[in-house]
Design a protein around this ligand. Structure first.
Ligand code: M6R
Length: 369
């Protein structure tokens, strides 16, 4: 069943182009309109929503963090994202004008389930973004948008993550559409771009050999740091989570702007730092700030592994290794930038002799609180 791969994780990483394409299938029509009729929340209810709250755990939480950037930027509706395990214990402010989005691959994660129950008790509407048909979370929600990743067997979430992102982008666009948000050129471009994402993920997968080689060369390290800004920040957190759970290494993700507020003290000679660089096109101020961050850590001896768009030459003088990803609109970049981090963690863990499908101490779905 591993389809010729040594691990389910490798198979699932390779399946991402198809998973992404399937999750988009039939959900955007030829004119660029979102057709999410399956999400049974009537437009008048959507128009009343004053706040969106995303709850999730682990990798699904990282998808939620990225969704927040897209939702607020495209719809101008306030959006919070919170770890499901923290959410209900702090007495969150919810009412019938709050839309809660519960993101979960398995649909059985107890923390997320308890958070959504709490939200519904307070009168909020709950939309599940889920990969498992008929599981508990969608059954207990008001509506569901299924990701179509297919069964994910490896404990580490890969294809489910990419499809969660796609589903969240669709929800954000659909929400904007229902509320009559001005459809700027940027959003039109994003809708068009989504159709090309599957091919771009394929392109990234085809160029991963140097990343695997690099991962093997770092297998005896104690620490790997990850830096990102904007949507690259949750990507950095996701890269670090993958490395922790698979390679059992100390790995941490930081918002690059926070470096000078403490974490830069961790940077010493030889420490590998993976940097997710925003596109130099679009909001180029983010890109320029990131280039100075790379300079700063390099000056302190870090070994810089830079994930940057094709054609971004500004990073080259400060990069020990450059991993190229295709040019993609800023908010969609996580769909391509995450893939090298998955491959990196999988290869590094394998080089350390770990079972990447069944990492120690972890279960595929966490059904206890
Ligand atoms: O099934 P869920 O999406 O609700 O699971 C949430 C997390 O337990 C899950 O993403 C976990 O963090 C993964 N093992 C990460 O690879």
């Amino acid at each position: 069943e591993k389809g010729g791969y040594d691990y389910f994780m490798l198979k699932e990483i390779a399946e991402q182009p198809r998973a992404v394409a399937d999750t988009l299938l039939g959900r955007i029509d030829a004119t660029g309109r979102l057709t999410l009729d399956e999400v049974r929340i009537p437009d008048p209810v959507l128009r009343e929503v004053q706040k969106i709250v995303i709850v999730a755990c682990g990798t699904a939480f990282h998808a939620g963090m990225i969704a927040k950037y897209a939702i607020e930027h495209w719809t101008r509706v306030p959006c919070e994202v919170e770890l499901a395990s923290e959410f209900r214990y702090r007495d969150p402010i919810l009412d019938r004008r709050t839309l809660v989005i519960a993101v979960s691959q398995s649909g059985e994660t107890m923390d997320t389930l308890m958070a959504l129950r709490h939200a519904r008790e307070q009168g909020a509407k709950v939309l599940a973004v889920c990969n498992t048909n008929g599981s508990t979370i969608p059954r207990e929600s008001d509506a569901v948008l299924y990701t179509r990743a297919g069964p994910e067997v490896a404990v580490a979430s890969t294809k489910a993550f990419l499809t969660q992102l796609v589903a969240c982008y669709l929800v954000a666009l659909w929400f904007g559409q229902a509320r009559g948000t001005q459809w700027g050129d940027e959003v039109t471009a994003v809708v068009r771009e989504l159709a090309d994402i599957s091919a771009k993920v394929e392109q990234v997968l085809a160029t991963m050999e140097p990343v695997r080689e690099l991962a093997r060369s770092l297998s005896d390290r104690g620490t790997v740091l990850f830096l990102g800004r904007h949507v690259g920040y949750p990507v950095a957190l996701e890269g670090a989570l993958k490395l922790k759970e698979l390679a059992y290494m100390h790995a941490e993700g930081f918002a690059a702007g926070e470096l000078k507020h403490g974490p830069i003290a961790l940077v010493e000679a030889g420490v590998p730092v993976v940097v997710v660089v925003p596109s130099p096109r679009g909001r180029s101020v983010l890109h320029d700030k990131m280039v100075s961050n790379i300079q700063e850590i390099r000056a302190r001896g870090a070994r810089t592994i830079v994930i940057a768009e094709d054609g971004d030459e500004a990073v080259v003088p400060y990069a020990d290794h450059v991993v190229r990803i295709p040019q993609t609109p800023v908010l969609l970049q996580p769909l391509v930038a995450t893939v090298p981090l998955q491959v990196f963690a999988c290869e590094l863990a394998t080089a350390r002799g770990n079972d990447v499908d069944q990492p120690r101490n972890l279960a595929k779905s966490v059904t206890v609180e």
